[in-house]
Design a protein around this ligand. Sequence first.
Ligand SMILES: NC(=O)c1ccc[n+]([C@@H]2O[C@H](COP(=O)([O-])OP(=O)(O)OC[C@H]3O[C@@H](n4cnc5c(N)ncnc54)[C@H](OP(=O)(O)O)[C@@H]3O)[C@@H](O)[C@H]2O)c1
Length: 333
Amino acid sequence: MEIVLTGKGGPEMLAVRDDDAVPPGRGEVRVRVEASGVSFAEVQMLRGRYPMQPKFPFVPGYDLVGTVTEVGAEVRGVRVGDRVAAMTRTGAWRSHVVVRAADVVPVPAAIESGTAAAVVMNGVTAWQMTHQVARVRSGQTVLVHGASGGVGSLLVRLAVRAGARVLGTASASKHDAVRALGAEPIDYRAGDVPARVRELAPGGVDAVFDHVGGRSLVDSYDLLADGGVLVSYGSASTLRDEGHWLRPYLGTIATFAGWRVRRLVGRGRGRRATFYYVKGGASFAEALRQVFDLVERGELEPTIEARYPLEKAALALGHLVDGSATGKIVLEA
Ligand SMILES: NC(=O)c1ccc[n+]([C@@H]2O[C@H](COP(=O)([O-])OP(=O)(O)OC[C@H]3O[C@@H](n4cnc5c(N)ncnc54)[C@H](OP(=O)(O)O)[C@@H]3O)[C@@H](O)[C@H]2O)c1
């Protein structure tokens, strides 16, 4: 079975189809998928606004966890029966997926597949931004936009675990959940987020994680304390824009270039602004091993809003689109 995104529109544009049994080629493995994530990327793809998405029709699915059922020629280190995870960007919403053996990461036996799937793309994104980009430390104050979301909830947990004070924006209905994660909630729908952040942290914040984009980036940068860092990793606020998907990013690049010049001439108060985009390869694999290790030791627990069978992918995506979810939605075999 595979789930095909047939064109632009709502979740009803997803269709369930039979898939062909493709054997793994050289250096590839075939994986029986047990769980796969539903993410904001698919919401953008539905609107044709995800950067460089394939032409319709295509099979979405950013990441997967499953068991290797077949191994192609010249594969070393991965065997039939291994449980593995991989980031595919698209194509994971299938019963069976062929991936490069070099791209799979072993999943510890103690972590069930739905939980593991909730931290593949989201976990690596949150972990790398927290520990490698912003380098959040004990005693710092950080602002996490979208603290109730799949990535946002993990950012909060990791920053709290690092010893930071965390302020998190979310819809009011999700404030209890955000508090339970360890953050101080701010209602972004109620108006002036910067004013509220300044009330809570008059000296500014050491890091802002911003997936909102557009105007929010300027507000986020202005909230930084001396030496602080703005990490921009999404553009949720431009989802409903018309025109080319690239347009909002061009404005952002120009704004960032201006800040960089100020920093270079010594007028930026040591603040920096940077983009983050999750990339595959060795650093992804290493980060995912670290994330699985935290999950296995009980130090990182993803919030799972709901689990749906693969054939109900349209319902699952509808659940994310309607805005009621807290944490991650997972598809299971
Ligand atoms: N750069 C990368 O490599 C990378 C990787 C993964 C994800 N991302 C980005 O990360 C973001 C989150 O992805 P996800 O899958 O975790 O999505 P998600 O689970 O749907 O969460 C999105 C969250 O955004 C919040 N939100 C929406 N509009 C907002 C606004 N104006 N201000 C503050 N919060 C707002 C929502 O909060 P409420 O529900 O409380 O209203 C929701 O919790 C997306 O923008 C995605 O593109 C980027």
